[in-house]
Design a protein around this ligand. Sequence first.
Ligand code: ZN
Length: 247
Amino acid sequence: MGYVFVFIFGLIAGSFLNVCIYRIPAERSVVYPPSRCTLCGRRLMWYHLIPVASYAFLKGKCGYCGDRISPVYPVVELINAVLYTAAFYRLGTGVLFIKSIVLISLMLVVSFIDMKEQIIPDGLIVFGLVAGVAFTKFTVGHSFTDALLGLAAGGGILLATAILSKGGMGGGDVKLMAVAGLFLGWRLTLVALFISFVAGGLFGIVLLLTGKKGRKDPVPFGPFLGGSVIAAYFFGQRMVSLYLLMF
Ligand SMILES: [Zn+2]
């Protein structure tokens, strides 16, 4: 029963994340006005806004004008719900669960905004900084010092990469990883960076080999960071233990 509840909660939170993804880059309020169709401008009713179900029921089209609705909406809702459920399975309820779902949702919003607009809004960075510091007050075994070291490691290593690669890494990526470091602590921050470089590198090679992008085309790195941060949060500890076992 708990799992069903958490999954549905994840879907509903996911539909709010969609609002954030579409409105924050345009600097519009995320609470007002209510959602409208982007083509015909008609106000969407509550039954148009049921996560995933409405999309399936309306076959991916606006209920009024038939304009196509982006499949990104249900995808974001589903990913968010699955990750919340995984966090619940791993952590149960409590402060750690709340911290993990804040981190998951923040990374999702940032990743999708970066994919769409190639920017990482400062408002989200500030939110992450405040939340990250607040959680060090409430979670046992995650000290403020460790959080600060995570911030320094995440921000510092990417800043060095940005300088060395002469603009291959954006300022938004640096800030994002500094925020993630607050949540992860320094060990898991290093794991997240490692995963993101491997994943980003492999993806870049695939793009070059398939000729989809040239060497000079920018690929947003935010989604790789976001995904790697979530992976490190869930599996990082185990990866560190396995690595240490090898010696
Ligand atoms: Zn419409």
